[in-house]
Design a binder for this molecule. Structure first.
Ligand code: B12
Ligand code: SF4
Length: 461
């Protein structure tokens, strides 16, 4: 039997703060590796197609796959479980698999919580899924496949981890054609790609590095620019986001990548995210020449004490210096901030809010609330200390306080985050900035931000 595999992206819970939908790279890579090995594969993206649970039931019933693979972050975990139950009800002979950032660290619990779930694939999924599907195709037992957690003789067993893929160039490009790509144009004209996996740091709140490993694995500049060129030609898109967690860990590679973009005469604009200690002014100049228009930074906090508690490994001085270079060179720095990490006080949070306004007065970036994702030391600490208050994963959208500490209550944290946005937009410096004064979008932006905060408040009740 050649199994037919359906990959599924669950919708985010109603009201959760979410980014625009796009073709997920994780599922895209899985689809591509299966297609490369001549398996029939399709995607049901409930987020993109705005499918209700009943719509999903109809869709899966029409397709009748042999294997259903559902991705999930912590935010979409509970919905993923509902979809798996529906898949099993609708196609009782199908094998159900879950993968992604949440179930990797919630594998045994997911299998306990959901008898309809057959297998969890932990961490990087391509080779594990391929081996599993091949075994199923050959009617062989899959229970010894490495990288999975499954049931064996009535017990839940965790097989050893699979080694990470070292040669990322060997992977096919994500199978974006499995999505209705024209639908994304309704939202934004940007395509996303990833040029590396893993990170060399080990921040206390970060689940990515525990997922993809404490080692920076890279695609070659040629392979990345081949993908850019392919996407530019196939979809007519000229704007790209590199989703890497730390795009410039290997500065030489970034330089070569920029030269390759220029040499091929690609007229594109792009943005990326990185750490302040992994950039030089010279590299930024080269990035700008190759089309970079903005850079995201994990600024996280304006308090050195909180940064050290996070094990972030950067200083506030360096952040000021590097974001200054980005601005001087005419690019936009976008700070990403976490409020409420254990040890945070009202004072340190306000220090951060003012720090962010000083280093990036034009872009509010993202004020995230410290969210304890399973698999991270922050999650373990919050649980051990008895600080965890919200166990409903539908609330883990990084805007909703989840725990409280002796130094900061959840109510205070919620107010601080709202205060951060209000303060940002209502500053005299923002409203009376000459470049912005006559632009209609300023009051619109302020109004939409107030509405978003009201919605958030209602959701919290
Ligand atoms: C791009 C990105 C987004 C995009 C797309 C989301 C997505 N699910 O891909 C957008 C902007 C929409 C987004 C939104 C959010 N994100 Co985000 N995002 C990322 C980022 C930076 C890259 C994801 C990526 O493409 N990775 C590359 C691919 C190859 O890896 P992968 O996605 O992990 O997929 C592999 C494995 O997980 C596995 N796998 C995944 N799914 C499946 C399914 C099956 C069946 C199998 C077998 C295997 C498998 O195999 C894949 C291939 O190897 C990651 C960090 C990271 N580097 O991974 C954060 C990350 C996934 N996001 C995170 C968060 C918190 C969010 C938000 C909650 C934030 C918010 N409020 O907006 C939302 C939730 C979105 C949602 N619906 O789930 C956290 C998730 C933590 C957690 N435990 O849930 C991460 C890990 C960042 C972090 N530092 O902690 N995000
Ligand atoms: S630098 Fe970024 S990707 Fe690396 S461990 Fe810290 S938060 Fe995670």
């Amino acid at each position: 039997m050649k199994p037919h595999v359906t990959l599924v992206n669950p919708s985010a819970p109603v009201g959760a703060a979410m980014h625009m939908p796009f073709a997920l790279l994780g599922l895209g890579y899985l689809g591509a590796i299966l297609e490369k090995n001549q398996f029939q594969v399709d995607v049901i993206d409930c987020q993109v197609l705005k499918l209700s649970l009943e719509d999903f039931r109809n869709e899966i019933s029409k397709r009748q796959p042999n294997i259903v693979g559902v991705t999930s972050s912590t935010l979409t975990y509970q919905t993923a479980i509902k979809l798996i139950k529906i898949a099993k009800e609708t196609c009782p002979n199908c094998i159900t698999i879950a993968g992604g950032a949440h179930v990797t660290f919630w594998d045994d619990k997911a299998l306990e919580e959901c008898p309809e779930l057959d297998i969890v694939i932990r961490k990087e999924g391509e080779n594990t899924l391929l081996e599993l599907v091949q075994k199923i195709a050959n009617d062989e037992s899959f229970q010894d496949v490495i990288g999975i957690t499954c049931r064996k003789d009535g017990k839940i067993v965790k097989n050893p981890d699979r080694p990470y893929i070292e040669d990322l160039d060997a992977l096919p490009f994500p199978a974006r054609h499995l999505w209705p790509m024209e639908r994304f144009r309704e939202y934004e004209d940007i395509l996303y790609l990833a040029t590396s996996r893993g990170c060399v740091y080990w921040c206390e709140f970060c689940s990515t590095v525990r997922m993809h490993g404490r080692k920076y694995r890279m695609r070659s500049p040629k392979n990345v620019v081949d993908e850019l060129e392919f996407l530019h030609k196939t979809y007519g898109i000229s704007k790209f986001t590199f989703c890497d967690d730390a795009f410039t860990v290997d500065q030489q590679r970034t330089e070569t990548l920029c030269s390759e973009i220029r040499q091929r005469g690609l007229k594109i604009e792009w943005n990326c995210g990185t750490r302040v200690d992994m950039l030089t002014r010279e590299l930024l100049v080269k990035m700008k020449d190759a089309g970079c228009i903005s850079v995201w930074f994990g600024v996280e906090s304006g308090s050195q004490q909180v940064l050290d508690a996070m094990k972030k490994g950067i200083t506030t001085e360096l952040t000021i210096k590097v974001l200054g270079w980005v601005k001087e060179l005419g690019m936009q720095p976008i700070p990403n901030v976490i409020l409420g990490f254990p040890g945070e006080t009202k004072e340190s949070a306000w220090k951060t809010i003012k720090f962010v306004e000083k280093i990036s007065p034009d872009a509010v970036g993202f004020y995230n609330v410290a969210t304890p994702f399973p698999g991270t030391p922050m999650y373990d600490m919050v649980k051990e200390k008895g600080w965890l208050r919200v166990t409903d994963f539908d609330m883990y959208d990084t805007t909703h306080p989840i725990f409280e500490t002796p130094w900061l209550s959840m109510k205070e944290l919620g107010k601080l985050r709202e205060g951060a946005f209000h303060h940002f937009y209502l500053r005299r410096a923002y409203f009376f900035d000459k470049r912005r004064r006559f632009k209609t979008y300023t009051p619109l932006l302020v109004a939409s931000n107030f509405i978003a905060n009201i919605k958030l408040k209602l959701r919290r009740k």
